[in-house]
Design a protein around this ligand. Structure first.
Ligand code: NAP
Length: 426
C-alpha cells in the first residue's frame, strides 16, 4: 500500500487527492488540514455572495468521502505533527497550503487602527476563525480599497450590496451588521496603474453594474483611448472588454441615496495620516502626472494587493518568489507542492486543477520507483493521541449544524471559532 500525505484541504489538495485516488489501485491518501473545516479558500476566500462558485464544494466533498481518502482536520503540521514525521512515514508528501496572509503595504502602518488586509477583511465576512476574534471596525462613511484585482472587486461589491442582495449569501451576520452600521456613502477602489492594466476579470467587473443600490463611477477622461501592445490576443481581448465596461461606467452619474463606488486608476498611496492611532486620511499621487497629490478623508483602508504563502518549518522556501522552493513541483525527494504555494497567489480554481494534475502526474511517475515499506497514518496517529483531530464524519456534524443555524434563504451560518466547532462534536 502506498501512503500519501497532503497538507491542505483546499481545492488544490483535493484535486491532487482525486487524481491519485483514481489512478492508483493501492493507495491511501491522508489530507491534513489546520482548521476543523475543509475546502480552504472555497469556504473562506470565495465571496459569500458567489454561491455558484462555492458549488465546487460538492465535488471536493466526494473526493473526501472516498474510501481511500481520509480528512484529518484541526491538525497543524509543524505544531501537532512535524514535517519530518510525515516524510518518514509517507511515500510522498504534497504541500497544498495556498497563500492566506496579506502582502504588507510598504508604508509602516502596523500601529494604526482602521487599516486591514484583504485576507483579514474578507476572512472576517467569510467567518474564518482566524479573523473573527478581533474583527475589523468599519468607520464610515468612506472606505478606500487599494488594489485592482478580483479580491478588491469582491470586497467593494460586498460593501456595496444591499441586504436584499445578500439574502442568499452566507456572509457572517455580525460582519453584515457592522457594514450596515458604517452607513457607507463612498467606496474608493484605487489602482496604481492604468485601467488597461487592472487585473479584474471582465465578468467580475461587469457584475458591479448589476448592483441595485450603488452608482459605479469612473473618470472617463482617465481611461486610455488606445491599447498598449498586449502579449497575446486573449490578453488584448480581456483589456478591450474591461475598457468597454469602464467606458459605460464613465457615463454614469451618481444616483441620490445610493452608495458611490469610485473606480480610480493611476493613483498610488503616498502617505497615511492618523490621529491618536486612528486612520484619518490617505494622500494619493497621480502616476499619470495629470493632477497634484491630494488627500482622501477615510477612516477605513483595506489593502487587496495580493497574498503571501506561509512556510513550514524544515521545508525549503523561496522568499523572493513567495512560494516553496521547487523544480516543477518537486521540493525534495518525495515532497511536492501544488497550487498557490507552488506558483504564487495567481489564478482561479480551474488553474489550480491543472496545476494539481501536473504535480499529481509527477508523483505517480516517481511512485513507480518507490518500494519503501511505510505505514502512513498507522505510524503517526500515536502522535495525535490526546489531540482532538476532526474526521470527515465530524465535519458532516459541523456542516449540518451550520445549515441548521441558517435563517431564511441563507445556505448556512458559519461557525466562527474552533472552540465553538469542537464543542459541537461528540
Ligand atoms: P491580483 O489579481 O494579483 O491583484 C493584486 C492587485 O494589487 C494588482 O492590481 C496589483 O497592482 C496591486 N498591488 C500589488 N502591490 C501593490 C502596492 N504595493 N500598491 C498598490 N497596489 C498594489 O490578486 P488578487 O486580487 O489578490 O487575486 C488573487 C487571485 O485570485 C487572482 O488570480 C484573482 O483573479 C483570483 N480571484 C478570482 C476571483 C473570481 O474569479 N471571482 C475572486 C477573487 C480572486 P499591479 O498590477 O500594478 O501589480
Amino acid at each position: 500500500m502506498i501512503h500519501i500525505a497532503i497538507i491542505g484541504s483546499g481545492p488544490t489538495g483535493c484535486f491532487v487527492a482525486e487524481f491519485l485516488a483514481k489512478k492508483h489501485d493501492a493507495i491511501q491518501i491522508d489530507i491534513f488540514e489546520r482548521l476543523p473545516t475543509p475546502f480552504g479558500l472555497v469556504r473562506a476566500g470565495v465571496a459569500p455572495d458567489h454561491q455558484q462558485t462555492k458549488r465546487i464544494t460538492q465535488q471536493l466533498e466526494r473526493t473526501l468521502q472516498r474510501d481511500n481518502v481520509r480528512f484529518i482536520g484541526n491538525v497543524t503540521i509543524g505544531q501537532h505533527l512535524s514535517y519530518e514525521s510525515l516524510k518518514q512515514h509517507y511515500h510522498s508528501v504534497v504541500i497544498a497550503t495556498g497563500a492566506f496572509s496579506d502582502r504588507p503595504l510598504p508604508q509602516n502602518h502596523k500601529s494604526i487602527t482602521g487599516i486591514y488586509g484583504s485576507a483579514a477583511f474578507a476572512g472576517w465576512y467569510n467567518s474564518h476563525p482566524d479573523h473573527c476574534q478581533t474583527p475589523p471596525v468599519i468607520n464610515g462613511p468612506t472606505v478606500a480599497i487599494i488594489g485592482n484585482g478580483n479580491v478588491a472587486l469582491d470586497i467593494a461589491r460586498i460593501l456595496a450590496k444591499s441586504d436584499a442582495e445578500l439574502t442568499t449569501s452566507d456572509i457572517n451576520p455580525d460582519a453584515l451588521c457592522n457594514i450596515r452600521a458604517a452607513n457607507l456613502t463612498d467606496i474608493y477602489l484605487i489602482g496604481r496603474r492604468g485601467a488597461e492594466n487592472a487585473s479584474f476579470t471582465n465578468m467580475e467587473l461587469a457584475e458591479l453594474g448589476q448592483l441595485q443600490q450603488c452608482s459605479i463611477l469612473t473618470d472617463i477622461n482617465r481611461l486610455p483611448t488606445t491599447l498598449p501592445d498586449a502579449a497575446d490576443a486573449g490578453h488584448r481581448r480581456a483589456m478591450e472588454q474591461n475598457l468597454q465596461t469602464l467606458q459605460a461606467y464613465g457615463a454614469n452619474s451618481p444616483i441620490p441615496g445610493q452608495v458611490r463606488l469610485h473606480l480610480m486608476f493611476n493613483y498610488s498611496l503616498a502617505t497615511i495620516q492618523s490621529q491618536s492611532g486612528q486612520l484619518e486620511s490617505i494622500t494619493l499621487t497621480d502616476n499619470s502626472g495629470l493632477t497634484d497629490p491630494f488627500t482622501l478623508q477615510t477612516k477605513t483602508l483595506i489593502t487587496a494587493i495580493g497574498y503571501t504563502c506561509a512556510g513550514i518549518e524544515g521545508v525549503p522556501f523561496d522568499t523572493k518568489q513567495n512560494c516553496f522552493s521547487h523544480q516543477e513541483g518537486l521540493i525534495e525527494s518525495g515532497v511536492y507542492c501544488a497550487g498557490w504555494c507552488k506558483r504564487g497567489p495567481q489564478g482561479v480554481i480551474p488553474t489550480n486543477r491543472s496545476d494539481a494534475t501536473a504535480t499529481a502526474k509527477r508523483i505517480l511517475a516517481d511512485l513507480a520507483q518507490n518500494t519503501d515499506n511505510k505505514t502512513g497514518f498507522l505510524a503517526i496517529s500515536p502522535h495525535l493521541s490526546g489531540h482532538r483531530w476532526v474526521s470527515f464524519g465530524d465535519w458532516e456534524v459541523l456542516n449540518t449544524a451550520e445549515q441548521a443555524l441558517a435563517r431564511d434563504e441563507r445556505p448556512r451560518t458559519k461557525l466562527t471559532s474552533i472552540e465553538q466547532m469542537l464543542a459541537l462534536l461528540p
